[in-house]
Ligand binder design. Structure first.
Ligand SMILES: [Zn+2]
Length: 248
């Protein structure tokens, strides 16, 4: 572990209830001050925490030991698991969010996230398919770390998957109101990848929310909840990369 990690203990943690630790979950703070975010995550009244906080300059603070269950995911689901806090290491990345004055993540901050994540991946068996956004495990409820987060940079450093999505091509794709086999196939593929979705054959609110979550992480150029060609190609690419593509 790098010596540069500062310690500020949070009381907000408990015993892990299930294992192993096999998810890395990334968040943004959505606050305007990293110090305030740190105080909030260490305040017993907040009942929230994360293992690490990375400020905009790249300084890392550890608040919870990795073997403890930090409280960052809330109601969540991935690939059959609901207790994401028990299975994950959580990193809060200081950022005001997509509507703030500076929604981009500074390079030094991302460098620090990459170094920190590399250390975590060296200590726990976390497959690339389980390096996730909060929005992946809580679609419709959470959007962090948002469309500005440079997942491609992380993947280039060996952290998580990146489908190198084709640009949105202007096709409408499927959306609310659609139904039938193509919708069913989309829902099954999103579910196979890990998202919580019920294959109903109807493009319902949940489907739109999950497609938006998928786009936030893997095709952030256009987040509209519609399954256009570029979104479908990105999903297919990820299923192949993760060995979950259906046999022809
Ligand atoms: Zn979050």
């Amino acid at each position: 572990m790098p010596e540069t990690i500062r310690r500020q203990s949070s009381p907000n943690h408990g015993t892990r209830r299930s294992g192993p630790i096999d998810i890395l979950l990334l968040h943004y703070t959505a606050m305007d001050d990293a110090e305030k975010a740190c105080q909030w995550l260490c305040d017993p009244h907040s009942e929230v925490s994360a293992h690490y906080l990375v400020d905009e300059a790249g300084a890392v603070t550890q608040m919870v030991d990795e073997d403890r269950r930090a409280w960052h995911a809330g109601a969540a689901f991935w690939d059959g698991e609901r207790d994401i806090n028990s299975r994950s290491i959580g990193i809060e990345i200081h950022n005001g969010g997509p509507k703030s004055a500076t929604p981009e993540f500074p390079g030094a901050q991302i460098d620090a996230v990459i170094e920190l994540a590399k250390g975590i991946l060296s200590r726990h068996l976390i497959p690339p398919t389980r390096v996730l956004a909060h929005s992946d495990v809580s679609p419709g409820r959470k959007i962090d770390p948002g469309p500005y987060f440079p997942w491609g940079r992380l993947a280039a450093a060996g952290i998580g998957l990146w489908p190198d999505p084709p640009d949105p091509g202007g096709d409408e794709g499927m959306g609310p109101g659609a139904s039938g086999k193509s919708v069913l196939g989309l829902q099954r593929r999103l579910g196979a990848f890990g998202y919580r979705i019920t294959p109903s054959g109807t493009y319902d609110d949940r489907t739109q929310g999950v497609v938006s979550a998928f786009q936030l992480h893997f095709r952030p150029l256009l987040v509209n909840g519609r399954a256009d060609r570029s979104t479908l190609d990105a999903l297919e690419n990820l299923l192949v990369q993760s060995g979950k593509a259906e046999a022809p």
